[in-house]
Ligand binder design. Structure first.
Ligand code: PEP
Length: 251
């Protein structure tokens, strides 16, 4: 059975002190009851060691927002998958549209990053999604299928360790959300191409998260769809009560 997951992406927000305060608040909010989904918070690199040390791993896992496409060495400013894993983090977001658009991350670079993440025991949350112009021209399936090439070179055993996230770029941080029908349609498409490549069992077990202006008021109508297995949350992950409101959509 695939897992339902709510994962936060803090992006380049929160100083270390603010991040620690948010992680503590979330830890306290989640202490009482058992969430009906796995919870992950993905933080800037510098927060990872402090945040992993303070959260209850039974309630929440921690992840990075990126890692290098090289193993180690003379790559000034980069952070390797092994370094991320050494902080106690368990996940890493890869292929976020902001990384693709602003830092030129290509299908080939992302293929390397995914392999290095897996080799270091991290679970990649691999993001795909089309821009508005591509949707307006009904190219979304083609675009997403091409982006999936970064993970379609994995063995079946490795593919079954990753999490996917569909994030239509036009919905990220814009307040514009995909309709539940648009989300379901794309998630079903992604699952169908995973099934073609790896078979139905692996496709059925693959968690596919939705991302793009997800908030407490729309999370339930998105997550109720059969192929939507949770969310990757940006803005609403920066406030503990909003993030909890999204987690509660699974209650
Ligand atoms: C994201 O960047 O992964 C995201 C989904 O952002 P937001 O929720 O702010 O749209």
């Amino acid at each position: 059975m695939r897992k339902n997951i709510v994962a936060g992406n803090w992006k380049m927000n929160k100083t270390l002190q603010e991040g620690i305060a948010l992680a503590k608040e979330l830890n306290e909010i989640l202490a009482g009851e058992k969430a009906n989904c796995d919870v992950v918070i993905c933080t800037p690199f510098i927060h990872l060691a402090s945040v992993t040390a303070l959260v209850d791993p039974a309630k929440m896992a921690v992840g990075a927002e990126n890692c290098a496409d090289k193993e180690s060495g003379a790559y000034t400013g980069e952070v390797s998958a092994a370094m991320v894993a050494s902080t106690g983090a368990k996940y890493v977001i890869l292929g976020h549209s902001e990384r693709r658009a602003y830092y030129g991350e290509t299908v080939a670079m992302l293929e390397e990053k995914v392999k290095l993440a897996l080799a270091n025991g991290l679970t990649p949350i691999f993001c795909v999604g089309e821009v508005l112009d591509e949707r307006d021209n009904n190219k979304q399936n083609e675009v997403v299928a091409a982006q999936m090439a970064s993970v379609f070179s994995l063995s079946a055993a490795d593919f079954s360790k990753i999490v996917l996230a569909y994030e239509p770029v036009w919905a990220i941080g814009t307040g514009k959300t995909a309709t539940p029908a648009q989300a379901q349609e794309m998630h079903a498409f992604i699952r169908s191409i995973v099934a073609e490549k790896y078979g139905k069992e692996i496709a059925d077990d693959c968690s596919i998260l939705y991302g793009g202006s997800c908030k407490p008021s729309n999370a339930r109508e998105l997550f109720v769809n059969p192929d939507v297995d949770g969310g990757l949350i940006g803005g609403a992950a920066l406030k503990a009560s909003d993030f909890k409101g999204i987690i509660d959509a699974f209650n």
